[in-house]
Write a protein that binds this ligand. Structure first.
Ligand SMILES: O=C(O)CCC(=O)C(=O)O
Ligand SMILES: [Fe+2]
Length: 322
């Protein structure tokens, strides 16, 4: 049993519960370039027992190949959004003939890593200040990553590299626990319903490139998913809401959809399902987007924060009833 008081040691790894949370484990002692089978098994055990949230603490910053090796424990590494045509970006005119391999080669030739994304107000490489939209500093919306596409990435990994002295925490909210404690009345009303997850805005509230504000959530662009899903690996059920902005429950009049979504969101984000992560530089937090929503707490306008980000390829969403 993983708990906060006692650390367990397995295959050279130390595993303990994240402080004050009903889910999540912290793992120390890993060398990302030498992950053995027993360590892999210990990581998956901690993942299952602590419902899809792991924090790997290192006492130094990782190299990119180390983060990629850690990502590969959780699945097949996915390209970072915006790097490859059709994956988080459109296909520019005249590039229709380019294969993925050719695009990867062109990126590598420019010194860019197609699997690595950057989040923050510093320039990758030089770490010079980078101007960002004011909304970067505000509170980011609760969400599950890229749930507006048909097959969203399963795992996201965030590597803290420059962390403000205070603020800029990341919140996590267990949708497995939210589903487990879903009041019966609400459960009946959503059991076989699907909700559309809108793609217009990023989590900080900035409109994505090439998007227009939809006339209403009914018209918003995005993919619909079952509101209750099953996580095949653990068999657990989870609420799958995506993000509140422009959410819409398919087949309901808009006002009814809004009322029901408000009730679902009020339930899903209750304090008792949440954990707030205070970062230390060098940590890698890994979450399963099928089980976990996340958000970013605000930081001061003169603070700096810089993260590396990877994700794994997804698999089709399984409805809870199916
Ligand atoms: O920067 C953060 O804390 C979270 C950002 C985020 O939403 C993500 O990496 O998916
Ligand atoms: Fe996110």
């Amino acid at each position: 049993m993983i708990d906060e008081q006692t650390a367990t040691t397995v295959a050279g790894l130390t595993v303990r519960a994240l402080p004050g949370a009903r889910f999540g484990a912290e793992i120390t002692g890993l060398d990302p370039l030498r992950i053995g089978d027993e360590q892999r098994a210990a990581i998956w055990d901690a993942y299952a027992e602590r419902h899809g949230l792991l924090c790997f603490s290192f006492d130094r910053l990782l190299e990119a190949d180390e983060l990629h090796a850690l990502t590969a424990v959780f699945g097949k590494n996915e390209f970072a959004p915006g790097m490859i045509n059709g994956i988080g970006k459109g296909t520019p005119k005249g590039e229709e003939h380019l294969t993925v391999e050719e695009q990867v080669a062109a990126l590598r030739a420019r010194g860019e890593d197609p699997y690595l994304a950057f989040i923050g107000n510093l320039t990758p490489g030089t770490l010079e200040a980078k101007p960002v939209d004011d909304r970067f500093y505000g509170e980011w919306e609760w969400h599950s990553d890229m749930s507006y596409i048909a097959v969203p990435p399963t795992f996201s990994l965030l590597h803290g590299r420059v962390i403000p002295d205070e603020d800029g925490d990341t919140g996590f909210c267990s949708q497995v626990m939210a589903a487990r404690e879903l009041p019966e009345g609400l459960r009946r009303r959503v059991a076989s319903r699907w909700a559309k997850h809108d793609s217009t805005y990023g989590s900080s509230g900035v409109m994505r490139e090439g998007m227009d504000a939809p006339a209403s959530p009914v018209e918003a662009l995005g993919h619909a998913h079952p509101i209750l899903r099953r996580v095949p690996g653990t068999g657990e059920e989870a609420l799958f809401l995506g993000r509140r902005t422009n959410g819409y429950i398919v087949g309901l009049p808009l006002e009814e959809s809004e009322r029901l979504l408000d009730q679902l969101w009020a339930h899903a984000t209750q304090e008792r399902f949440c954990y707030r992560h205070r970062w230390r530089a060098g940590q890698v937090v890994v979450w399963d987007n099928r089980m976990m929503m996340h958000m970013r707490h605000p930081l001061a306008n003169d603070d700096v924060r810089f993260m590396w980000r990877t994700q794994t390829k997804g698999e089709p969403v399984v409805p809870a009833g199916g």
